[in-house]
Design a binder for this molecule. Structure first.
Ligand code: HEC
Ligand code: HEC
Length: 321
């Protein structure tokens, strides 16, 4: 064999061994740990906060943490995110062992914002992080978790550990998925007298509509949402609970491929009750009806969406009869 071919083959063999070793390390190492940001807060669990927290949790936590069998937030297998592996949401009732009864307020706030648990374990995007939600809304969510609401009453049911896919391990090990920085400053409530600003807060920072409704989760800019690819133009491929693919729809004001012909009333009905104008079948999971939004809030979201740059992107609603 020619010397240079031999040398090339050796180099290739060496590379294959290196890649195999790297893959084995990633696989064995699993999802990396980080140092959890220490947050020193003691939240006042006022009645007003608990009420706001129940409302927020019904829209932000329930779809993943509610368990039909227990009727509480004891977690379930997330059959809609199998691309990430065999993933289970956790018991977040106040149970001391099975739930989060022993977590401090600061540990909860730190985890919900950054994605790093008190023990340093990082949770990839199969649990969304509340990067920009106001401090007041965050405090409300914690007040709810501490309340005697039926959803979070202590319950001993435990979920198995997650078994993340190789891809998830790889993406977390190369830093494509990593914790968010803890906010540097206090995040105030939105100005609710300014309808567009109020709607922007809900659609980008509180309920994060853009995260699902842009092009691709992987191309979202979670720090500056408006820089996300295909911002509000839909087409993001997701899965329903049976694991069947479902795409998000274009909700910019394009008259042909978006919702440019919708009235405010039609929009409010769609997001609160899942009904779509013109004899179309109701909206399906994971677009869960935001029935606890007030009409004022839903209208504010509409006012904001009207200011978003129009995108022409036709997305078929596959699988609807
Ligand atoms: C898209 C699904 C999803 C949503 C929405 C979601 N979670 Fe989670 N959550 C998960 C998964 C999956 C885990 C388990 C991750 C792990 O252990 O690696 C988890 C873990 C947690 C944990 C850590 C529990 C433990 O014992 O380790 C807490 C606390 C938590 N979630 C609170 C919340 C709260 C509060 C909300 C709403 C503001 C919420 N989650 C919304 C999927 C979700
Ligand atoms: C977890 C992902 C997710 C989130 C978050 C989400 N949506 Fe959706 N949305 C979807 C999916 C998927 C569909 C398509 C459902 C179908 O085809 O049945 C949809 C459909 C819609 C539609 C119907 C559009 C049409 O042309 O029929 C509207 C309007 C809408 N969403 C608005 C919103 C608003 C406003 C928010 C935030 C308050 C939001 N969505 C948050 C996933 C999401």
């Amino acid at each position: 064999m020619n010397k240079s071919i031999k040398a090339t083959l050796l180099v290739i063999a060496g590379l294959i061994v290196l890649v195999a070793i790297a893959a084995a390390v990633v696989s064995f190492r699993g999802i990396p740990k980080y140092e959890a940001k220490k947050v020193d807060v003691k939240i006042d669990y006022t009645q007003a906060r608990v009420e706001n927290g129940v409302k927020l949790a019904s829209m932000l936590c329930r779809s993943c943490h509610y368990n039909d069998q227990t009727g509480r937030f004891t977690g379930r297998e997330l059959t809609e995110v199998t691309q990430f592996g065999k993933i289970f949401s956790k018991n977040i009732t106040s149970h001391a062992e099975a739930g989060i009864g022993k977590w401090t307020d600061g540990e909860l706030v730190s985890f919900l914002r950054t994605g790093t648990k008190p023990n340093g374990q990082y949770v990839p995007p199969y649990m969304p992080k509340l990067v920009h939600i106001s401090d007041e809304d965050m405090n409300s969510i914690v007040a709810f978790l501490r309340s005697d609401n039926e959803w979070v009453k202590a319950e001993p049911t435990k979920q198995p550990e997650c078994d993340p896919s190789f891809l998830t391990k790889l993406l977390t090990n190369i830093g494509a998925f990593k914790p968010f920085d803890y906010p540097q400053q206090y995040i105030p409530q939105p100005d609710t007298t300014n309808q567009v600003k109020h709607g922007e807060y809900i659609a980008l920072y509180q309920l994060e509509c853009y995260a699902c409704h842009s092009k691709d989760f992987a191309k979202n800019d979670y720090l500056v949402p408006s820089k996300s690819a295909g911002f509000f133009g839909g087409g993001n491929k997701m899965f329903d609970m049976e694991g069947k693919p479902i795409s998000t729809l274009n909700i910019t004001m394009d008259k042909h491929s978006g919702i440019g012909n919708w009235t405010e009333e039609e929009f409010v009905k769609a997001i609160k009750y899942g009904t779509v104008p013109g004899n179309q079948p109701a909206l399906r999971y994971p677009m869960t009806p935001y029935s606890n939004l007030t009409d004022k809030e839903a209208k504010a979201v509409f006012a904001y969406i009207k200011t978003v740059p129009i995108i022409n992107n036709r997305v078929e609603r596959k699988g609807v009869q």
